[in-house]
Design a protein around this ligand. Structure first.
Ligand SMILES: Nc1ncnc2c1ncn2[C@@H]1O[C@H](COP(=O)(O)OP(=O)(O)OP(=O)(O)O)[C@@H](O)[C@H]1O
Ligand SMILES: [Mg+2]
Length: 507
């Protein structure tokens, strides 16, 4: 079965105004094959996926799109769906105000006497989600569910259709390790049924857990396609970035023991919440230190960050800035005192899609670059160009709408927005989510640079190797309280995992 070609594309190009996103790319996927599309931010992965799924039309010309033995040309997602091509987009495309079950069967509802058969629909939805290891009330509104559950709902939706090819564009970006495992088990079951999967992620280790092969793209061009057995990580990353990646892969943190002795700029003492999401958090953040917060999804990392930043005011306990106990009324209050918070949910909280890169980037410093209420546009552009250059934001220019940047580059703009405020303490919640390896390296360098300049960083990440490379000290949370701490040379993935596992047994 694995030798039968399911999808073959030849000479596919796609041009957007000012950008040639795909240049004559080609690849083949076999039945039952799990293939990774790899490439840096902006390489063209999502664009290619949108062509496969009928969301975009490729440039007219000589290209060919063959699916299941026939030449096809899906003109929209419905047509692709009917062919057996289902996708989970990078940005979730669900209807938040419909029920979970409706989201799964939308456009495909079971009918009885011409009417929607609600009972069957709800039962089927319940079963479909149980198959994915999710046990929830399927009649509840989707918006009440966590991002992880919503992700599972969109997978269930794809599976509820006659799918031959499932495409997952960064579907794991907001799942925790347990949920990722459930998803990978599903992919393996599908594989045994001959269903192929195209899988996109920036989390390198996931590729090796689930994929058979990888097709690599760079700057809209096909680079290579290899079985993973012949593609060690170093080679894969080198192909993705187009140069030797040894330096990137072998980077080690150099610790400065003085950082742990520097003055304490922020202290969290016994913070708890009535809803028990936080049950006694204690932290001390020193000047110029990168303090990591680790723990599983729901352990209280983001909740802690929100308390510090004044984004959650309903808590007991104390937060000190320097020597002073402080209760911020709102984030703006915290910003005035030198705090910055780059949130994990850039879609809901961070990005204004139809505004330019420049407007998105400078919105935290408008008062600084205005005089008498009038914005100094030259200064605005200057500041934007500074960050475009500093952290290599890939954009045609400062006035490009941010929605037209690749996911990772959008994240860099948001990060720059906060750095531009020159904070004393910056909280970064999953700052490299959706960011490619090269850009991760650049962001890591940037974090080192800002912490060396005396800015403290509170760093939240579910990627352990990132925490290990970045942090001077790591506090591990479980069920809303501290369960352990590692510093300098003690820090390793195994050590963090050990504390997390121990925390689990204890509680
Ligand atoms: N609708 C659009 N209009 C203009 N340019 C676009 C549009 N969509 C994508 N692009 C551009 O096409 C290129 C490829 O983007 P694409 O989103 O396919 O990258 P990607 O490989 O999925 O990146 P990421 O890993 O960041 O998700 C980028 O330069 C991007 O800015
Ligand atoms: Mg993408």
């Amino acid at each position: 079965m694995e030798n039968q070609v399911l999808l073959e594309m030849k000479q596919i190009s796609k041009t957007f105004p000012g950008v040639k996103a795909l240049k004559n790319v080609h690849f083949k996927v076999h039945k039952g094959e799990v293939m990774a599309f790899m490439g840096e931010n902006g390489a063209g992965k999502s664009t290619l996926i949108k062509i496969i799924t009928g969301y975009y039309r490729r440039d007219p010309g000589e290209g060919q799109f063959l699916f299941d033995g026939k030449e096809v040309n899906p003109r929209n997602t419905d047509e692709a769906q009917k062919l057996g091509i289902s996708t989970i987009f990078q940005e979730l495309n669900l209807s938040p105000f419909l029920s979970v079950a409706e989201n799964i069967y939308i456009g495909n509802t079971p009918k009885k006497h011409g009417m929607i058969d609600w009972d069957t629909m709800n039962q089927n939805a319940k079963k479909a989600l149980l198959d994915l290891g999710v046990d929830i009330d399927v009649t509840a509104q989707l918006s009440q569910q966590s991002t992880a559950i919503q992700q599972m709902v969109s997978i269930a939706r794809a599976l509820a259709r006659n799918t031959k090819l499932l495409i997952m564009d960064e579907a794991t970006s907001s799942l925790d390790t347990g949920e990722v495992k459930v998803l990978f088990d599903v992919v393996k079951t599908l594989k045994s049924r001959g269903i192929a999967t195209i899988f996109v992620t920036h989390k390198m280790d996931e590729i090796y857990q689930v994929c058979d092969s990888a097709t690599i793209f760079k700057d809209g061009e096909y680079v290579d396609c290899l079985p993973l057995s012949q593609l060690p990580k170093l080679k894969l990353i080198s192909l993705m970035i187009g140069r030797d990646a040894s330096e990137l892969v072998n980077k080690r943190k150099v610790y400065d023991p003085d950082k742990g002795k520097a003055e304490i700029i922020c202290r969290v003492v016994g913070v708890q919440k009535a809803n028990h999401r936080l049950n006694g958090i204690n932290l001390e953040i020193h000047k110029g230190e990168v303090l990591g917060l680790s723990g599983l999804l729901g352990s209280g990392r983001t909740e802690t960050a929100k308390v510090i930043f004044g984004d959650d005011v309903h808590y007991d306990g104390e937060v000190y800035m320097g020597q002073t106990a402080i209760r911020f009324k709102c984030p703006a209050d915290a910003m005035k005192k030198g705090l910055a918070f780059c949130s994990e949910d850039r879609k809901a909280e961070g990005i204004f899609p139809y505004m330019s890169v420049q407007d998105n980037l400078t919105m935290t410093i408008l008062s600084k670059i205005s005089r008498f209420g009038i914005l100094n546009k030259r200064e605005q552009q200057k500041r934007t160009l500074e960050y475009i250059q500093k952290i290599a934001i890939k954009t045609p220019g400062p006035s490009t709408k941010i929605k037209d940047l690749s996911g990772g580059n959008q994240q860099k703009v948001i990060l720059s927005r906060w750095l531009a405020t020159h904070p004393d303490l910056i909280i970064l919640d999953e700052p490299t989510r959706g960011i490619d390896v090269g850009a991760k390296g650049e962001i890591e360098d940037l974090i080192k640079q800002i912490s060396d300049s005396g800015i403290s960083v509170l760093y939240i990440s579910s990627e352990l190797d990132e925490l290990v490379r970045e942090c001077d000290r790591i506090v591990i949370l479980h069920n809303g309280k501290n369960v352990g701490e590692l510093r300098n040379e003690e820090i390793s993935s195994d050590a963090i995992m050990g504390v997390i596992a121990h925390g689990r047994i204890d509680t």
